[in-house]
Design a protein around this ligand. Structure first.
Ligand SMILES: C[S@@+](CC[C@H](N)C(=O)[O-])C[C@H]1O[C@@H](n2cnc3c(N)ncnc32)[C@H](O)[C@@H]1O
Length: 272
C-alpha cells in the first residue's frame, strides 16, 4: 500500500467529499455532517439518489462477474474505488477466481484511512491500494505494475469516477493512456452520470454539488461512447446501469421502475 502519511490528519471535514457523500447514500458510516448535509440537499431534489448509488454498485458486481466467468480476466485495476462497501470488487472476483489480483486507486485520504478492508483478500490472490489521482495515469500504471502484469489482460474499472473529471481536465486523455497500456483481451468497465434521463433533476443536483465545491459533469450517450472508441462494446452496449446484464444479478433487491442517471458499459480491447 502506498500513501503512508497519516490519512486521518488530512481528512477535510469542512467541505463535502464525493467518496463520503456516496458512502452516505449507500447507508455507510464513513462520512461527516457536511457530507450528510449535501446528501440531504440532493435527496430534496431527487429522492432516488441512494437507489442510483446502489444500482451503480450492483453494476460493478455484475460486470466483475461477467469478466471473471466469461472473459477469463484475472487482474483488475479499479480507479476511484471509494470507501470500502461490502462486497468489494476483489471479493466478487476472488469468489470465482481465488487468485485474482486487484489494485485499488483513489485520491481521497478517507479511502486510504479505510484501505485495510480492501486488502483482506484470499491467500492465493493479491490486493493492493495506491493513493493517487486518476489524472496521473502514468504514475498509477507504474505503481500498479508491482501487482499486475500488464502483458496479460486487465480489467480497468472506472466506476462512477469520470463525472468528477471534465473533458478539459483530461478525462479522455487519461482513459486513452490507461487503455493503451493494456494487453489485448483487456476490458474497460465504465459508469458515469448522464442527464439523458432526468435532465432537470441532474441539472439541479450538479448545481448543489457545485455549491459544496464539487464539480460534476453529466455526459450524453454519444459522449460516453467516445470513451470506448477502438474497443468492442460487450452486449448490451452503453445503457443505464440498472439495465446492464440483469441476468448476472446476485443478491440485488428490486429497485423498482424508473431511470437511473448513470450510464454503464464494458468494452473489450481486440488483438491488434
Ligand atoms: C462515487 S465514488 C465511486 C466509488 C466506487 N467506484 C463505486 O462505484 O462504488 C467516486 C470515487 O472517485 C474518487 N475520485 C474522484 N476524483 C478522483 C480523482 N481525480 N482521482 C482519484 N479518485 C478520484 C472519489 O474519491 C470517490 O471515492
Amino acid at each position: 500500500m502506498t500513501g503512508t502519511e497519516s490519512a486521518g490528519r488530512r481528512i477535510d471535514t469542512t467541505k463535502p467529499h464525493p467518496a463520503r457523500v456516496y458512502d452516505w447514500f449507500l447507508g455507510g458510516k464513513d462520512n461527516y455532517p457536511v457530507d450528510e448535509q449535501l446528501g440531504h440537499r440532493i435527496m430534496a431534489i431527487d429522492g432516488g439518489a441512494p437507489r442510483a448509488a446502489r444500482s451503480n454498485r450492483w453494476f460493478m458486481q455484475r460486470a466483475t462477474r461477467l469478466l471473471v466467468r466469461e472473459s477469463g480476466i484475472r487482474q483488475f485495476l479499479d480507479i476511484g474505488s471509494g470507501i470500502p462497501t461490502e462486497p468489494n470488487l476483489h471479493q466478487i472476483a476472488q469468489a470465482t477466481v481465488p487468485d485474482a489480483r486487484v489494485v485499488y486507486v483513489d485520491h481521497d485520504p478517507i479511502v486510504l484511512a479505510h484501505a485495510a478492508a480492501l486488502l483482506r483478500g484470499t491467500p492465493e490472490g493479491a490486493t493492493d491500494y495506491v493513493q493517487a489521482d486518476a489524472r496521473e495515469p502514468h504514475a498509477i500504471l507504474e505503481q500498479a505494475g508491482r501487482v499486475l502484469d500488464f502483458d496479460r489482460p486487465v480489467a480497468l474499472s472506472l466506476i462512477a469516477l469520470l463525472h468528477f473529471i471534465a473533458d478539459e481536465d483530461g478525462a479522455h486523455d487519461l482513459v486513452a493512456t490507461l487503455v493503451d497500456a493494456l494487453a489485448p483481451g483487456s476490458c474497460l468497465v465504465l459508469s458515469a452520470m448522464t442527464a439523458d434521463f432526468e435532465p432537470e433533476n441532474v441539472r439541479r443536483g450538479i448545481a448543489a454539488y457545485a455549491e459544496g465545491g464539487v464539480t460534476l459533469v453529466a455526459r450524453s450517450h454519444a459522449e460516453m461512447g467516445r470513451f470506448f472508441e477502438g474497443l468492442e462494446l460487450v452486449d448490451p452496449g452503453i445503457v443505464s446501469v440498472a439495465d446492464w446484464r440483469p441476468e448476472l444479478a446476485e443478491g440485488e433487491s428490486d429497485i423498482g421502475p424508473g431511470p437511473v442517471s448513470l450510464y454503464g458499459g464494458v468494452g473489450r480491447k481486440r488483438a491488434s
